[in-house]
Design a protein around this ligand. Structure first.
Ligand code: CP
Length: 318
């Protein structure tokens, strides 16, 4: 059984193979107008979403359909979860209808790992975001977008060696920051976390990332990429900063900070975006910002992940 649960142990070779495979699907779409194939014809993929999602859920559905697979989508809202049904019973119920892969998003860190290693189900498991732990396909689509935008993907096998990435905001609650930190460092990029001390995770000194508390100092170093993160109010049980205006003044990509950035700086955001909080509206809509390109690339990356797990086999990452 093979799974994609996190990027922490994803090898450089597997990560690059996945990005190259995604690039193949993108090229097919560019040349033929369609990314559709029949690679996974006859396979059934079940999306299990216990937490809200727009991008990841629709992207996995589109990716599976592009590969010719049958897709069933489950949302906890409106399901028997409200009657007390457990993750185990929900997963086994859906497995009984036949599944070659399950894509799971869950509010609990470790839920994807539990599903993959509990013997509850007998299929590949892909983590679509678990609590504050990891969101591996988001990091892969971000790495793919950086490779494309910085024109590093001209030759297959290209990593992100020497690329300098600043990740700003609510690192503490961000599975995107964690997955990006592991993957970007595996691919040779350097990562700087910029956040107030209250929004940094325990043990950050042991992680492969520099830490700065000043966004202005980090931007003055002219990084190649600036990735903004959403302030995750829904995961906060306490006041991590005095007020939104004070957060914006210190940590937001304001109109003034955006205007001072070189045009060549790639601005990224995984979405959903809080316009006017972590990023100003002008920056969201700017040509040097890749928010929608990240969404588009996500379909190719998820096609590559599903195809590798179900067709050719990716080394287990769990
Ligand atoms: N980036 C991301 O995971 O977005 P969704 O929550 O909309 O899936």
């Amino acid at each position: 059984m093979q799974h994609l649960l996190h990027t922490q142990d994803l090898s450089r070779a597997d990560a690059i193979a996945l990005l190259d495979s995604a690039a193949g699907f993108a090229r097919q779409k560019q040349h033929t107008g369609s990314a559709k194939t029949d690679l996974l014809g006859g396979k059934k993929i079940i999306n299990l979403f216990f937490e809200d999602s727009t991008r990841t859920k629709i992207s996995f559905e589109t990716a599976a359909k592009n590969l010719g697979a049958e897709v069933l989508s489950f949302s906890a809202r409106g399901s028997s979860v409200s009657k007390g049904e457990s993750l185990k019973d929900t997963a086994q119920t859906l497995q009984a209808m036949g599944a070659d892969a399950m894509v799971i998003r869950h509010w609990a860190s470790g839920a994807a790992h539990k599903l993959a290693h509990s013997c509850w189900v007998n299929c590949a498991v892909l983590n679509a975001g678990d609590g504050t732990h990891e969101h591996p396909t988001q990091a892969l689509l971000d790495a793919y977008t950086i490779r494309q935008r910085l024109r590093l993907a001209a030759s297959p096998g290209q990593g992100l060696d020497g690329v300098r990435v600043v990740i700003v905001g609510d690192i503490l609650h961000s599975r995107v920051a964690r997955s990006n930190m592991w993957l970007l460092s595996t691919l040779g990029a350097s990562v700087t976390f910029v956040a107030p001390a209250t929004l940094l995770p325990f043990g950050v000194a042991q992680m492969p990332a520099r830490v700065s508390h000043s966004l202005d100092e980090a931007l003055a170093e002219k990084p190649d990429v600036v990735m903004l993160l959403r302030v995750q109010h829904e995961r906060m049980r306490a006041g991590f900063f005095p007020s939104i205006p004070e957060y914006v003044a210190s940590w937001g990509l304001t109109a003034e900070r955006f205007a001072a950035l070189p045009d060549s700086t790639l601005i990224m955001h995984p979405g959903p975006v809080n316009r006017g909080v972590e990023i100003c509206s002008a920056a969201v809509d700017a040509a040097q910002t890749s928010v929608l390109e990240q969404v588009e690339n996500g379909v190719f990356v998820r096609m590559a992940a599903l195809a590798m797990l179900l067709k050719t086999g990716l080394q287990e990452v769990s």
